[in-house]
Each structure stands twice: as structure tokens, then as C-alpha cells.
Design a protein around this ligand. Structure first.
Ligand SMILES: CC(C)(COP(=O)(O)OP(=O)(O)OC[C@H]1O[C@@H](n2cnc3c(N)ncnc32)[C@H](O)[C@@H]1OP(=O)(O)O)[C@@H](O)C(=O)NCCC(=O)NCCS
Length: 191
């Protein structure tokens, strides 16, 4: 399990599928996934079961997201397997009532760090429709770079990517002061 300020990123149990149902059947959530077609119960169950297996086989999955203050399941975020893609793919879905508060970015940072530092994945991709500006904004903020434009099932898609080595190098070349917590350098700390 991972913790952030507002979220818990948790492994799944098969029975969690029904808590994911309201999200995976929301037309707005599904707009840039299936073109707005809700997932069937079977698709939702298969998704959750794949995450259970993936975590036990490879030590990563698309974590279920619980709001820390309420324990409510509000979506998922993390690394999974995207269709035929060779590299693991990071993705995120949130319940619509939780959009626009920076929660997906907060979850994605934690999931990406964990996938590189603990799981030691070498390269992580992320795939979205060009119109999915919120999702693309998260990829860019996380340091992923546009890697390819391609088509799958007749749908145009963008692939972003980041690899551990270039990320490590970027971290090392950052000036020291940007690693210091802003709180430590704020005027309050001098009182
Ligand atoms: C994509 C999704 C997870 C974003 O969740 P979120 O918690 O609202 O995202 P954040 O608050 O962390 O915002 C991410 C960035 O996108 C921007 N953004 C969010 N919604 C936006 C919108 N509708 N239009 C333009 N920009 C938007 C935010 O401003 C933020 O960028 P900034 O930090 O530069 O301001 C959420 O919209 C969602 O669940 N969508 C449906 C599922 C989906 O499409 N998943 C991705 C599949 S590739």
C-alpha cells in the first residue's frame, strides 16, 4: 500500500469490482476510454481480477484509490498492461465527483515513483486519446514525453514514455535548493 496526503493506493480484492461499477459505467468517465460506452459487469470483474494477478505475478498493478479521509473507493491509478504494448502502462480513472482537485496527479506521482524505485521497471508508457487534455496534462507533469502517435482499433492515440535512467539523471542534475521542502525555506521557519 502507498499513502499520499489525501489518498491510499491499495491492492485489490476480487469483491471490490462492485465499488468500481459506478465509475466504469459513468458515460463521462468512459468518454475517452470507450467513446462513452459503459463497461459491463464482466469487464469490470475481469479488470479487477487482472490487477490481483498482476500484483502477485509482477509486484505492480493499477492500485485502487481510496480517499484517506472517508475510505471511499474513488478510482484507480497505476501501472498495468495495455493491450499488446510491450512496456507497462500507467493510467488513472477517477469518479467524476473527485475531478479537478489534483488527486489524479497526486496518485500518479506516488504510483510512478513506486514503479521505478521499488519494482525497478525500466520504462513506463502512458496512452491517451489526443482530446483527453486532463490525462495528457498529468503525463507531462510527471515528466513523460511524447513518444509515438498510432492507431488501435481505428482510434488515434498518443503514447508518452519515461525511462528510469533519464529520470534518475534529471533528478541528479536538479539544483539542490529545489529538493528542499518549501516549508523549510519559508519565512515562518526563521521565527
Ligand atoms: C483524467 C482524470 C483522471 C484527471 O483527474 P483529476 O484529478 O481531475 O486531474 P488533476 O486534478 O490531477 O488535473 C490534471 C491536470 O489536468 C488539467 N485538467 C483537468 N481537467 C481538465 C479539463 N477538463 N480540461 C482541461 N484541463 C483539465 C488540470 O488543470 C491539471 O493540470 P494543471 O496542473 O496543469 O492545472 C479524470 O478526468 C478522469 O477520471 N477522467 C476519465 C478517465 C480517463 O479518461 N482517464 C485517462 C485515460 S487515458
Amino acid at each position: 500500500m502507498l499513502r499520499t496526503e489525501r489518498l491510499l493506493l491499495h491492492t485489490w480484492e476480487s469483491s471490490d469490482w462492485s465499488a468500481l461499477r459506478p465509475i466504469a459505467t459513468d458515460v463521462e468517465v468512459m468518454r475517452y476510454i470507450t467513446g462513452g460506452i459503459p463497461w459491463t459487469d464482466e469487464q469490470i470483474q475481469n479488470f479487477v481480477n487482472r490487477q490481483v494477478l498482476l500484483y502477485s505475478d509482477r509486484g505492480f498493478c493499477r492500485w485502487k484509490l481510496l480517499e484517506a479521509s472517508t475510505g471511499e473507493l474513488i478510482g484507480f491509478c497505476g501501472v498495468g498492461i495495455w493491450r499488446e504494448a510491450l512496456d507497462p502502462e500507467i493510467g488513472w480513472w477517477l469518479a467524476r465527483s473527485h475531478w479537478g482537485r489534483g488527486l489524479a496527479t497526486e496518485a500518479a506521482r506516488a504510483a510512478l515513483n513506486d514503479a521505478f524505485e521499488r519494482v525497478r521497471l525500466d520504462r513506463i508508457i502512458s496512452i491517451a486519446m489526443p482530446a483527453n487534455v486532463a490525462s495528457l496534462a498529468i503525463m507531462k507533469k510527471l515528466g513523460l514525453k511524447l513518444d509515438a502517435e498510432f492507431e488501435s482499433d481505428g482510434v488515434k492515440l498518443l503514447r508518452y514514455a519515461v525511462d528510469r535512467q533519464s529520470r534518475d539523471q534529471r533528478e541528479r542534475s536538479k539544483p539542490l535548493f529545489s529538493k528542499v521542502s518549501p516549508r523549510l525555506t519559508s519565512p515562518e521557519s526563521h521565527h
